[in-house]
Design a protein around this ligand. Sequence first.
Ligand code: HEM
Length: 514
Amino acid sequence: YTWPSPQLDALEAIRYDQVGFNTIDTTLSSFVQPCNLYLFDSVAGGLKSGRSDAADWIRTAYHDMATHNISDGTGGLDASIRFPEEQARAENTGNGFVNTAGIVFAVFDRYVSMADSIALGALIAIESCGGPEIAFRGGRIDAGEVNNPGVPMPQESLLEHTQIFERQGFTPTEMIGLVACGHTFGGVQSSFFPDIANPLNDANDTEDVSHFDSTFVGFDNNIAGEYISGTTQNPLVAGFNQTTNSDSRIFGSDGNRTMRAFAQSPELFAATCADLYARMLDTVPRGVVLSEVIEPLPVKPSKVILTMNGDTLELSGFVRFWGLGENSTRTVNMLWENHNGGTGNSSLVFAGVSSSTGGKYTAAWYGFNPSSTFGFLSLDPVAGVKSLSFLVDGTLENQNGLGFAVQDSYMFSKTSCSSGAPLTGRLDVAVRNDANLTRLYIENKTFDSANRIVIVEVDVPRPAAPVAINSAYSLWSMNLTDQGVEFNLGAEIDGVKYSTAEAYDFEGFGTCST
Ligand code: HEM
């Protein structure tokens, strides 16, 4: 895709900026580091519970998706699992869903739905904990209400399970695969399923989880190998209760042909799971259109912020170079095209490295100011800035000739000020005189009754007479009372809507002089 695209940029960042520099906003990955972490453990530290957050994410994604009905298009991965009414169903026994929902509520935002967060949580868990890479698409839409029931339960028959998976869109062979791919993680907890698993009295399994295979915090084909060799302790295969041995019925449903192939070939198992997990995550209600598969952008500007400070246009930001590590001899320059047909040039300073996918990929980050990582460049407002490109050891990176477009038609002005308690103040926005700006507004983030984000736009009025801040920009102003929440600045320019990367609140305002 082409940068900038606020939604794809945000999804790409969660997917690929997991550890290290500039990962504050992409914390989903931290919940599976390390893979045996269980945040909700009653014992501090949470590494010996027998549970894992990774397993919670994968089970959550499956149970959310498992309501799908391929013939009427209802249900699917739409975060309906967050509703207490759905969690209370017998088919959703256990507390994994309340755990993951709590994290989703904290991390989702206007560009990343709760359903995309669940999909990313599961994907990151699988990839970070030994699993194959999974093609990721974004754009899932959050349900406003619960879905019909439809998650399989262990006491049901093979025929019922076959029909349930068919309703979800999976063949009998794919059912074997998907269950094996899921149950390479985690196990059955005695307190929730006393008819399936006994208490263990084990200091390394304090939550009494009987595991599906011996390597329950990582992805591997032991779920199949131990099943075929007859050594399995899987409580849904070798459990004391025949009625609930559903994995045994499912795994054996084709005479063990599929499970034998998985046991013989870790590669086949990983490739099959990569495909089935992706299809599971992409099972969404009819009408939801997912994005293209999101690949890492080779060059990606981030947190590009423009601020008007009197006669100076301050430009700050970072750029990420995918696949690079730290290298003190590398030279990086940023070039920017301005409104006068000229080009600015600044050397950039190394800011840090990030990594993803269990350390498989690294990226090098550079800050826009050559002497201070988090500093800004001071530009002439008349010249402004239209687009960026980069020179990395002399090689031009300009997004195949498109450049990286920057919107300098409007920006926060540092003349904004506040005073008093409760705080009142004046928001000033600098608008470029030659920009075709039809609307300017603040974007307030609110939530509907189903906890979904709704952006409410409040227009900043066009001034009756221009108030110049410098020879290229005038101020549009609005009086505000502090709501204690951040807002972004939005504008309609040439019929297209834009939103600032930065959110503002009164803490960033100076004091009003009058
Ligand atoms: C017939 C189909 C299935 C049945 C009957 C079934 C049943 C169960 C049961 C009873 C548990 C124990 C939950 C707990 O103790 O809280 C469990 C755990 C789990 N299931 Fe399934 N499952 C099925 C399919 C799947 C699929 C398709 C996936 C994902 C692809 C999956 C992923 C998981 C995971 C990751 C856990 C471990 C959770 C943890 O340890 O916290 N299951 N399953």
